[in-house]
Design a protein around this ligand. Sequence first.
Ligand code: 5AD
Ligand code: SF4
Length: 493
Amino acid sequence: MNFYIETVGCQMNALDSELAAAQLITAGWTRMDSRKDSDLVIFNTCSVREHAEEKIYSALGRLKHWKAQKPGSVIAVMGCMAQKDKTIVFQRAPYVDVVIGPGQIDRLVELVAKARETGEQQIAVSVDRFERRDQPRLVKDSFRQFDPIRLPETRPRVFQAMLRIMFGCDKFCSYCVVPSARGPEQCRPPKDIVAEARALADQGCVELVLLGQTVNSYRYVEGEKKTRLPQLLEMIDQIPGIRRVRFVSSYPTDMTDELLQAVRDLPTSTPYLHVPAQHGDNGVLARMRRRYTVEEYKDLVDRIYATVPGAAITSDFIVGFCGETEEEFQKTVDLVKYARFKNSFIFKYSERPGNEAAKNFKDDVPESVKKRRNNELLDVQTAISAEANKAFLGQTVEILVEGPSKRESKSVAQEESLYAECDADSTPNLETNVAKEASANESSDAKDYVQLTGRTPCDRIVVFNGSTRLTGTFQKVKIVDAAPFTLFGELAE
Ligand code: 5AD
Ligand code: SF4
């Protein structure tokens, strides 16, 4: 039996798809690169913006025909949209067989088997935390944690892995669906995280990305012992084989000096910090229910640059949030200039029915204004990114070689992707930019070598020519050219 998974959304979803694939493979299924010869198609979905959902429903619409031609085939919808829409998925796409929330992934194999045996629709979603405020334990338990099976072949690269340290979110930003779709914040016990990191190291992993919706809020109490992210980073630092660790995404108010010092001092911790600011105006931050002021965020930026040498900070921003005036928007532009982010992910506000922002405020910024502000902010950020990258000219940096650049390795799966290139509500994705910049920089005397990419410790992408055998190794590269999203280098040895 063959399966195919199509994934959109954040890194949490990428990891969930990997874990789902590992379960299926362990149960005897074979993973395919396209839906063509598959008996099971899984959509791992995102609910963060309306646009992402609409794309999924229209992609599902296109699968109706595929399913009609393939008796016995199964379509499963997992991820945040499954949790949020529940049986609405069956109403809008009646040929879907399985709806499974992100807190129920451990039941995927079982539900697919049931759907195949009975021909009946199967649904497994977690308890709604807003409907059952009286039963917090019931809600938490329904977002099931499990010890995932990690199979190297399910990762894009054997030598890099994501590792979840916490589930859910308790910050309740007014615009966001995550606290409801992924449930209450629950931190995994340190010993489980360390055991998983060890297992990954044994599989040949040299780089770990620790994942949590607010990863630096990590906190685990066992009797007298309290473990927070700095202690966890220390434990992981001790694991033989692990050379680089980073963590995403951080919440600004939980970025303690102790954590910044750990990032500075631990040999495996890298100076890359993704700390979404979301906005540059205090009034808007309050409407968004973010728990800090711009002054506090700027202070954080100062502390990061003062503590962590060579730090690269990245951020997310929402433009066109309810009631955002031109003056308020300009404060976001000011913040981007002040913080000199390595790059920013910019999103146009998308109203999500039922959440606090939708209940309390009007989505009153016209689409054309959102678009203009998005482009304006992006231009400011791109100029800053370009300038920061220029500073690398002539420097030699250590990179982890990730393999042939996207231009070289564009796979069938990518070309066939139902979701095409990227989410049109966001900035063009970084890989697309890098592929464009890499093509423009192509040299003609590179026949024996392929164009490879790698990343610096501060997560900058470096393109250079070399043998594919270097994939997965650390190399010294001298930077000879720089574009806003890409550095170009030559092997230093
Ligand atoms: N509209 C637009 N962007 C959103 N994000 C979260 N919710 C929304 C929304 N309703 C953005 C935030 C977050 C990123 C993952 O997506 O910037 O950090
Ligand atoms: Fe959403 Fe805010 Fe939680 Fe991030 S911190 S997942 S934006 S609620």
